[in-house]
Design a protein around this ligand. Structure first.
Ligand code: SF4
Ligand code: SF4
Length: 391
């Protein structure tokens, strides 16, 4: 079966029932069938069966998807919607104006991260004002002067703590380059729970930005490198602070290479391991990262962890934060509208802070909330176990 027939066979499983539309953020906000999962799959079927020609208009429908995964869990026919959407983007990448303009630069930056980071830091002072004004970065954002991996590669619990095992931290780009303090918080927490933490200098970007841009072959190459490098260090438990990395490494690597990595997110790591600490008296709204909720199926775990730490959780639901990789760059206004809706929910609830388990969501919330109002779960647990570090 050739590639086209393979994708068509995925698309033909769709019975057009529309169940997938129920939680699709782009369909719910724009109300257009072509911005729904069913509509997008229909457009792709037309393309792959030569009933429509590729165009910028169709590319816009496919690239305006958040790749959040809310549709997939609702599909009774088990259509691999993500696989169809990734392939659709690969098929249409030449028709996407954003890709034509930024594709080469961005894909090089993610494939050669150290160089990309140096380049970004060099240009940052010149572009900071414009990036802030366009809501691409939070106001006052600045790169830390160090990368997380420069802190060291093996972190060992102190002598008076019995060692229970070793975990490997998959840092991901956001922890390594943007929020290294989250990696440090994880090391402190894991160490005091008795776990040695290892990080891998040869770690590559998980590939999410490349998949989002339709660069499947490039993403596949990163996947193969990560799989073989992590296999070589015989990592038993791999943990990530980013649910998107977990989703990509476990689920999408299987789609790309036939082999997924065995990796868990930080909530799964913490849920049965937390010791007693000093309760934190804060009220909070928990923001579910899309990939945590839809791809990892987590709802109770992060809430259980925060309640264990003494946080008073208020029962308000938030939606997608609007970052979604390059979505926030392509659709700046809509992305900020999605964020503002969440911030309105937070303000009307009257909670002290927002907590989330994704560094990307944290970055997005910082565009509207002050630093002392939004935290990653690991910062809360770090504070719970080692008072005075974070909250
Ligand atoms: S991945 Fe999310 S935004 Fe894209 S079609 Fe599915 S539900 Fe809609
Ligand atoms: S729920 Fe599944 S079968 Fe129904 S329209 Fe969506 S993709 Fe097609």
């Amino acid at each position: 079966m050739n590639k086209r027939d393979e994708i068509l066979s995925v698309l033909q499983r769709c019975v057009l029932c529309g169940s997938c539309k129920a939680e699709c953020p782009t369909y719910l906000t724009e109300g257009s069938e072509s911005k729904s999962p069913r509509g997008r799959l229909y457009l792709l079927s037309c393309l792959y069966s030569n009933q429509a020609h590729p165009s910028e208009e169709i590319a816009e429908r496919i690239y305006s998807c958040l790749l959040c995964g809310a549709c997939e869990k609702r599909c009774p026919a088990g259509v691999d919607i993500m696989l169809a959407l990734y392939n659709g983007r690969a098929f249409l990448k030449g028709y996407d104006p954003f890709n034509r303009r930024w594709g080469v630069l961005l894909s090089s930056a993610f494939r050669h991260r150290a160089m990309g980071h140096r380049f970004a830091r060099l240009l940052f002072p010149l572009l900071k004002g414009r990036l802030e004004k366009a809501h691409i970065i939070p106001r006052g954002f600045t790169f830390e002067s160090y990368r997380f991996s420069h802190a060291g590669d093996v972190f060992i619990p102190s002598r008076d703590i019995t060692k229970k095992g070793r975990v490997t931290l998959f840092k991901g780009c956001m922890v390594e380059f943007v929020f290294p303090h989250l990696g440090e918080a994880f090391v402190r927490v894991a160490n005091s729970l008795g776990y040695e933490v290892v990080t891998l200098r040869g770690e590559q970007c998980c590939g999410a930005p490349l998949l989002g841009m339709g660069l499947m072959e490039e993403a596949r190459r990163l996947a193969s490198r990560n799989i073989s490098r992590f296999r070589a260090i015989k990592a038993d438990t791999i943990v990530s602070l980013c649910p998107t990395c977990v989703k990509i490494l476990s689920g999408d690597y299987r789609r790309l290479t036939g082999e997924g990595m065995n990796i868990i997110d930080v909530n799964t790591f913490l849920i049965d391991r937390l010791d007693k600490g000093k309760g934190i008296s804060l009220s909070a709204l928990y923001h579910d990262p899309c990939h945590s909720l839809y791809s990892l199926g987590q709802y109770d775990e992060p809430r259980g962890i925060l309640k264990h730490a003494g946080i008073k959780l208020l029962d308000y639901q938030m939606g997608c934060c609007g970052l979604a990789g390059t979505y926030a760059l392509r659709n700046r206004e809509k992305s900020m509208e999605m964020l503002s809706r969440n911030v309105d929910v937070f303000r009307s609830a009257g909670a002290d802070v927002v907590v989330t388990s994704c560094p990307g969501c944290l970055f997005q919330f910082l565009k509207r909330l002050e630093q002392e109002r939004v935290f990653h779960t690991i910062e809360i647990i770090d504070e719970y176990l080692h008072e005075g570090h974070t909250a």
